[in-house]
Design a protein around this ligand. Structure first.
Ligand SMILES: C[S@@+](CC[C@H](N)C(=O)[O-])C[C@H]1O[C@@H](n2cnc3c(N)ncnc32)[C@H](O)[C@@H]1O
Length: 302
């Protein structure tokens, strides 16, 4: 059963959760949560790699690379990847993977930078050039950006920055959990459509309402770390302290999110929404929505 909290302002509760991975604890647990980096769910891999190949994408910007899981999959599939993230604690794991595999040309050429979506374009202008073939922001990452001013201005600014990094005719792929369902039902499905982790999780859900509007969802992830003993893992964990971690999210409503994308990319771009990698008609209550935007170009015919 979910917690429902009602307040008149986000107040001090929103302070101090900008880099929610800053203490390094969640980064360690995230590595456990996502499981073996080579083992992605087939649905996800087929969807992402298939789509990027079909659209002729070669150069990809992963704007929420975290510990590098999506980026590594794309490098292994022959894409040229630039990866950024605001959390040095998360990037530490990506940098380590790059170092360990530096003898492979793709990994030797892998560019990893620290950058914040609010200043993304300026942070990496030199790397953007004429724009990336695709920008990806996946794994429910975007919802980490909260609404500190009550008008979603920072989220809009971040999306404008993503748009500036996509070349005309290129793609943005961005996802979020099905917050419409989470708000209405008060619960979150623990099944993850991206990772193949063996460590079972349960997710406790709390929804904070500000002046009657859902403004913050807090998810407490419970991870069964018992089976870690059997694995060759170089993650040092203290089972008592990190079998549980908490992350907070802005609960994006599907329609409003779609509108934010349209405002940033314009009416001439193409928009499609997938539910758990399927066409929306094929799935009743998806866990995740994945938005695909194809940025208009002077040559695109609509
Ligand atoms: C849930 S993790 C997902 C990482 C990876 N895509 C995955 O699926 O495992 C979300 C990532 O978004 C990053 N992030 C959150 N807010 C950010 C911001 N404003 N700018 C850049 N990165 C941010 C966090 O540091 C974190 O590594």
């Amino acid at each position: 059963m979910a917690n429902m909290i009602t307040t008149r302002s986000l107040g001090t509760a929103s302070e101090g959760i900008k880099d929610q991975y800053a203490d390094g604890k969640a980064a360690k647990v995230w590595e456990i949560f996502i499981g073996d980096k080579k083992s992605r769910t087939e649905n996800y891999k087929n969807f992402l790699v298939g789509l990027l190949k079909r659209k002729g994408c070669k150069r990809v910007l992963d704007v929420a690379c975290g510990t590098g899981i999506d980026s590594i999959m794309l490098l292994e599939e022959g894409f040229e990847v630039v990866s950024v993230d605001a959390s040095d604690k998360m990037l530490k794991y990506a940098l380590k993977s790059r170092w360990n595999r530096r003898k492979e040309a793709a990994f030797d050429n892998w560019i990893i930078e620290e950058a914040n979506w609010l200043t993304l374009y300026d942070d990496i202008k030199d790397l953007v050039g004429n724009g990336f073939d695709a920008v990806i922001c996946l794994g429910n990452s975007f919802a980490h950006m909260l609404d500190n001013f009550g008008d979603q201005r920072e989220q809009k600014q971040a999306i404008r920055n993503f748009e500036k990094c996509v070349k005309p005719g290129g793609l943005l792929l961005i996802d979020h959990r099905n917050y419409d369902y989470i708000i209405d039902s008060g619960s979150t499905a623990s099944k993850c459509i991206y990772y193949n982790s063996k460590h079972t999780t349960d997710i406790k859900t709390s929804v904070l309402f500000v002046e009657g509007r859902p403004a913050l969802v807090t998810l407490d992830y419970l991870i069964d770390t018992a089976s870690l003993d059997d694995e060759k893992s170089n993650i040092i964990i203290n089972e008592d302290s990190i079998s549980e971690f908490r992350l907070s999210y802005y609960p994006h409503r599907l329609k409003i999110f779609n509108m934010m994308l349209k405002n940033a990319f314009g009416q001439n771009s193409n928009y499609k929404i997938y539910g758990d990698f399927k066409n929306l008609e094929e799935i009743r209550t998806p866990n995740f929505y994945i938005h695909l935007v194809e940025k208009s170009s002077p040559y695109s015919n609509k």
